[in-house]
Design a protein around this ligand. Structure first.
Ligand SMILES: [Zn+2]
Length: 131
């Protein structure tokens, strides 16, 4: 990988050094899915001319792998230097960057367990029919 590629990766990776992006990590309250969204600090924010602050409203929808289509709504407020000053969320909870990996693994495990349970139930049905 060239130096430029490495630099590019660093600038675009979640949690990387990227002055232009703010990354939101949220966990769905219903199914535990972890959703990460990028806020473009140059384009996504609307300015409140009275206070000089910025705000953005985002609706996060998961992939629905667990048949959950919960909408997670996030509002973020930034000061005039685009530093986060306030945030609120409905339908889920915020995750800090260092919590994302664990939460994502827990969600994957929950899905795998739900699949295994469904499979076991199907097996049981099948063996009942054969009896
Ligand atoms: Zn969900």
């Amino acid at each position: 990988m060239s130096f430029l590629d490495r630099l590019k990766n660093m600038l675009t990776a979640p949690g990387g050094v990227d002055q232009r992006s703010y990354w939101v990590h949220a966990r769905c309250k219903r199914c535990g899915e972890v959703i990460t969204a990028r806020v473009d600090l140059m384009n996504d924010l609307s300015k409140d001319f009275e206070t000089g602050q910025y705000a953005v409203h985002k609706v996060l929808v998961g992939a629905g792998r667990n048949r959950c289509f919960q909408r997670i709504e996030v509002t973020l407020r930034f000061d005039k230097n685009k530093k986060l000053v306030e945030r609120s969320i409905t339908g889920g909870e915020f995750l800090e960057p260092d919590q994302v990996e664990v939460a994502r693994a827990a969600y994957e495990q929950a899905i795998a367990e739900a699949r295994a349970r469904a499979e076991a139930e199907r097996e049981e049905q099948r063996s009942k029919i054969n009896d």
